[in-house]
Write a protein that binds this ligand. Structure first.
Ligand code: GLN
Length: 450
């Protein structure tokens, strides 16, 4: 823990942490030592972790990287993090992210952008670590935590993992409790680990997952020993290559990576077949309706009364308006406006209801291929390697939304997905592939990912 705390200080220019908790960390590490000596070590005993700032941590400032929560200290602990501490892990601090997890680059953070520790060969240009769990991914890649907890609503674990050469898994919706996780889009949000290896990700998810009566969407299913699945044979597994993911303008480098991934699975004894997921092209627009609708509703709670910051006003309405205008950043405000619009009486049927129907069709696409014997779907994780800070955060927000073209489909369907490092770009940046599994098929993903 001491070594990690020193390393965090030395890597301050990455802006990966928005808060470190050295005293608490050393106190937790001492307690770990005592349990270890007494022969009572838990599965994560003494392992120092960083936690995305979406997770409520008791007595430790939790902001979701928004100014509206900049001084919020929760009086309770999220279920996922309390499970990590119960298994012996140590809290190093809270990790940078896009404001309320809305973004794909960590540039919308109220604490400024996090920086990817990777550089293009021969270049010193600073690159984004992806988002929204960009601080988590940067910290894992830079070895300033042993692993991290992130959240994934539309790719926020998998895309940053792909951009930093790390492993990230978004489990099946319902696998991890959302209790104490700041809500972005409640029907899509899931917690999951970012780690340096498939094995580490398996270890962390085993601790994070499990039923929680405090989250009515958490599923009452035993959590398997995920670590045992790492290295299991994938002989005879049927892997689908969805033709609709070969999107127009796909870079030759990503296409080649994808082929190489298929070859690797074939060499390991899997059978690779072409499949069709016909509604894929509607996933991104439908996601940006459903997610923003839910976000606009979830963010209504930041009213200057119940949580966080308050800016005084003439009367209560004026106070609401001033508080929210001062507290929310540009991207969050844009999303509240779009979300409110698609839920409004005149447009609800045309947008929100239509998007929910599309969501069902996307889910059925996957159900059909799984019923036909497909065990997992292989696809790229991102359309490109990490891009430069400022490159996609200009006037057109759709530039950034297009980052999520391969990752949002499975959140819409509630399915698990793992991103694993699978190669390097021509200029030396990590590239990731993604495997999408059946509901609660995380074990299969760990075997295939390894
Ligand atoms: N980039 C996507 C969005 O902004 C996904 C974010 C996430 O998974 N939290 O909505």
């Amino acid at each position: 823990t001491q070594a990690y705390l020193s390393a965090i200080e030395a890597a301050g220019d990455l802006n990966a942490y928005v808060l470190t908790t050295p005293d608490k960390a050393l106190e937790m590490a001492k307690a770990s030592d005592a349990r270890y000596t007494a022969g009572e070590a838990g599965p994560l005993e003494g392992i120092p972790l960083g936690i995305k700032d979406m997770f409520a941590t008791e007595g430790v400032r939790t902001t979701a990287c928004s100014n509206i929560l900049k001084n919020f200290v929760p009086p309770y602990e999220s279920t996922v993090t309390s499970r990590l501490w119960k298994d012996g892990a140590v809290l190093l601090g809270k990790l940078n992210q896009d404001e309320f997890a809305m973004g794909s680059s960590t540039e919308s953070s109220a604490f400024g952008a996090a920086v990817n520790p990777w550089r293009r060969r021969g270049s010193s240009q600073k690159l984004v670590p992806g988002g929204s769990s960009g601080g988590s991914a940067a910290a894992v890649a830079a070895h300033i935590c042993a692993g991290a907890a992130g959240t994934d609503t539309g790719g926020s674990i998998r895309q940053p993992a792909a951009f930093t050469g790390t492993v990230g898994i978004k489990p099946t919706y319902g696998r991890c409790s959302r209790w104490g996780v700041v809500a972005y889009a409640s029907s899509l949000d899931q917690a999951g680990p970012i780690a340096r290896s498939v094995n580490d990700a398996a270890l962390l998810l085993r601790s994070m997952a499990g039923h929680d009566p405090k989250d009515s969407t958490s599923v009452d299913l035993a959590v398997p020993d995920y670590e045992a699945a790492v290295g299991a044979s994938v002989k005879g597994k049927r892997i689908g290559i969805p033709r609709e993911y070969r999107v127009e303008g796909m870079s030759p480098e990503i296409a080649a990576l994808w082929d190489r991934g298929a070859d690797m699975l074939r060499d390991a004894g899997a059978e690779v077949v072409d499949i069709s997921l016909p509604h894929t092209k509607y996933a991104l627009p439908a996601y940006y309706i459903v997610a923003l609708a839910e976000a606009s509703s979830n963010l209504a709670r930041y009213d200057g009364v119940r949580y966080g910051e308050r800016v005084a006003g003439r009367d209560i309405v004026d106070m609401y308006e001033k508080t929210r205008a001062a507290g929310f950043g540009d991207e969050v405000r844009r999303r509240i406006m779009v979300g409110t619009y698609v839920l409004s009486a005149g447009y609800y049927d045309a947008y929100y209801l239509k998007a929910q129907k599309v969501r069902t069709l996307i889910k059925r696409d996957f159900e059909t291929v799984f019923a036909e014997g497909i065990d997992a779907v292989l696809a790229p994780a991102t359309p490109s390697p990490a891009f430069g800070i400022g490159e996609k955060s200009g006037a057109d927000p759709v530039e950034m939304y297009l980052q999520d073209v391969f990752t949002v489909t499975l959140n819409m369907a509630g399915l698990p997905g793992i991103a694993v490092p699978a190669g390097l770009s021509s200029d030396g940046l990590p590239l990731g592939l993604q495997l999408i599994g059946r509901p609660f098929g995380e074990e299969g993903l760990f075997a295939l990912g390894q």
